[in-house]
Design a protein around this ligand. Structure first.
Ligand SMILES: O=C(O)c1cc(=O)[nH]c(=O)n1[C@@H]1O[C@H](COP(=O)(O)O)[C@@H](O)[C@H]1O
Length: 291
């Protein structure tokens, strides 16, 4: 098995996710590509909406982009809808990506009471799990503190957690921009708790925030987050790389732009997938370089 850049074996002695992500973005460019095998995409690629189609779709993306982009983000739901066989495809997709050196961010948006979050942490962030990934998305709406088992296991094994803050969907704002008794928005409260977890980390903390590229001005202070800012919503949901400037302002250097359908729609030709990813990196680099 090929060694992964910056990954050392052994409990507790791993380089942090923030450091590994920082280097991957430097070397491969600021881009996360999602693997979202929508039925419509399978059909456009000439594949059946079944486990074999799912497997072919995921393998094609991995072969085209696994040695090229910094982060690949499989969306768990599209695999789970095929039951245990779909989950087996997800596990094998994760393994292949890890061998090709891209960081794997599993988009599972998990969240629950702390004792159950402990089990989610074991599923995704414990190196002995078949579903072990570099980082996972998490939902903080049962309280950021309920995610502590994920933060702890991630810190122990060099993993990362991306916490939803201001999501790209229009329905998110009524909850996330609501203000508490101290006048802070829910999103700002989440970001402040992330800042505390990342305090002092260099070059970048391992707890990220998810802020959609579609949200416009955040009304939040992002200056202390000191962690990666995942920006989905580009392409298919209507945001462009230029929108990143409005959303993130002086926090642009920490932004990890994320595209799924916009890049995947170029498939199944591997060269076309690579060209779409290269275009996305170039567009985002041009904006991020202006910061
Ligand atoms: O956590 C995410 O990745 C996420 C957060 C968010 O606020 N908005 C959002 O679209 N996502 C995910 O990012 C992907 C966006 O896909 P496209 O719209 O095809 O680029 C989907 O897998 C979403 O589940």
């Amino acid at each position: 098995m090929e060694a992964r850049p910056g990954r050392e074996e052994g409990k507790g002695d791993m380089e942090s996710f923030g450091a590994r992500l920082h280097r991957a973005m430097d070397e491969r460019g600021p881009l996360c590509v999602g693997i979202d095998p929508h039925p419509a995409l399978l059909s456009r690629w000439g594949l059946d909406d079944d486990v074999a189609g799912l497997d072919r779709f995921a393998r094609t993306v991995v072969d085209a982009l696994g040695d090229r982009v910094a982060v690949v983000k499989p969306q768990s739901a599209f695999f789970e809808r095929f039951g245990s066989q779909g989950v087996a495809v997800l596990e094998s997709t994760i393994r292949q990506l890890r061998n090709l050196g891209s960081l794997v961010l599993l988009d599972a948006k998990r969240g629950d009471i702390g004792s159950t979050v402990q089990a989610y942490a074991s599923a995704y962030l414990d190196p002995s799990s078949p579903m072990y990934v570099d980082a996972v998305t998490a939902s903080p709406f049962l309280g950021v503190g309920s995610l502590a088992p994920m933060f702890e296991l991630a810190a122990e094994h060099g993993g990362g957690v991306f916490v939803l803050a201001l999501t790209s969907n229009p329905e998110g704002a009524s909850v996330q921009r609501a203000r508490g008794a101290d006048g802070r928005s829910v999103a700002q409260t989440i970001l402040d708790e992330i800042s505390q977890l990342n305090a002092g980390a260099e070059p970048l903390g391992s707890v990220g925030a998810v802020i959609g590229a579609t949200v416009g001005e955040t009304g939040c202070d992002l200056s202390a987050v000191n962690g990666p800012l995942l920006a989905p919503g580009l392409g298919a949901q209507g945001a462009t790389a230029a929108d990143l400037r409005v959303v993130f302002g002086s926090a642009l250097p920490a932004v990890l732009p994320a595209y799924s359908r916009e890049v995947l729609g170029a498939g199944p030709d591997p060269d076309a997938l690579r060209a779409a990813a290269d275009r996305a990196v170039a567009e985002c680099r041009a904006v991020l370089a202006m910061s």
